[in-house]
Ligand binder design. Structure first.
Ligand code: C5P
Length: 307
């Protein structure tokens, strides 16, 4: 997960994330809802590679592996709208360097899935370009740039378990969590983040008193995880965006009822959806249940674990 030199190229692997807790603390401020969320990186990786090319400006080539169809459907922009190019041009502008080279992105993380794929690619691009263009910005400076590009991008600069607050850009690392095992199901439909936030009902937004209760609950969740009391932790896992996502697609309720009988320790949607997360006892149990689910026409099924 660090940029490394491979011959004359540079490359970096960058993970997906899960939200094991997501509370919306109030109405939007300047277009963004204040959040409190626990994010953990998981072992589904996109790969970004950079090679020198002196003949023209920066180029982006994208291949997809597991996330079949996302490129064809136009959900992954291949032009300047792609977060990889947006991030690298923002960095080049800030540092006063000429952007150059070819970026090759290999996508395994599905899009519109609540897995943070685009943000992860953007953070990888910042770290890669920071190294290969010899800019050497500090993590703090990169983080400031990242926050201007998207709410989840600062989290992915480190890709360590963290509580994220503000609009998501204030990252407080959380140490001491155990390795966790998951089954993820990404149905054939995705959801756009602004649409899901737009469906939040007033009653789902917290007032100051409730926000304090949220912090207490999140502390209980983290303490239970640290003790390895996963079943107890599972009871504190909640995603306040889930009712909003349910209004937009029947897949959310369907996935919950498909996964519920498997004896999962925790069960919730990640981010703004549509991926549904089942917390498992072991890697073996995750693989076994993923094999069963893979034959049920539910979309992409992953057995994975936290990084
Ligand atoms: O920052 P990001 O590009 O991920 O946000 C996309 C959109 O999601 C925002 O424009 C906003 O509509 C919504 N959002 C929000 N509150 C947040 C994060 C995102 O309302 N904390």
């Amino acid at each position: 997960m660090f940029p490394r030199k491979v011959g004359s190229a540079w490359e970096i692997f960058t993970p997906a994330k899960l939200n094991l807790y997501l509370e919306v603390l109030g109405p939007p401020v300047a277009g963004f809802h204040p959040l409190e969320t626990l994010m953990v990186p998981v072992r589904i990786f996109d790969q970004l590679r950079w090679t020198e090319n002196f003949s023209s400006g920066p180029k982006l080539q994208i291949r997809e592996l597991l996330a079949k169809g996302d490129l064809l459907s136009g959900l992954v922009p291949t032009d300047g709208k792609n977060l990889v190019l947006q991030a690298t041009s923002a960095l080049a502008r800030a540092a006063g360097v000429e952007p150059r080279g070819v970026f090759e992105l290999v996508k395994r993380i599905p899009v519109q899935a609540g897995l943070g794929g685009g943000s992860s690619d953007a953070a990888a691009a910042l770290r890669l370009a920071n190294a290969c263009w010899n800019i050497h910005y500090s993590p703090k400076r990169l983080s400031q740039l990242a926050a201007g590009l998207g709410s989840d991008i600062p989290f992915f600069l480190k890709s360590e378990a963290a509580i994220c607050r503000g609009r998501g850009e204030q990252v407080e690392p959380v140490a001491g969590l155990p390795r966790m095992h998951f089954v993820l199901v990404k149905p054939p439909v995705g959801l756009a983040t602004p649409e899901v936030f737009g469906r939040l009902e007033r009653g789902e937004l917290m007032n100051t008193e409730q926000a304090a209760v949220s912090s207490a609950r999140l502390t209980l969740l983290i303490e239970a995880l640290r003790r390895g009391a996963l079943a107890e932790a599972g009871r504190w896992m909640v995603n306040r965006l889930e009712p909003a996502a349910r209004q937009l697609t029947p897949w959310i309720a369907r996935l919950r009822s498909v996964l519920a009988p498997y004896g999962c320790l925790g069960l919730l949607m990640t981010g703004s959806g549509t991926t549904y997360v089942a917390v498992m006892w072991s890697a073996r149990q995750a693989r076994r249940i993923a094999r069963v689910l893979a034959g049920m026409n539910l979309g992409n099924v992953f057995a994975t674990s936290s990084c």
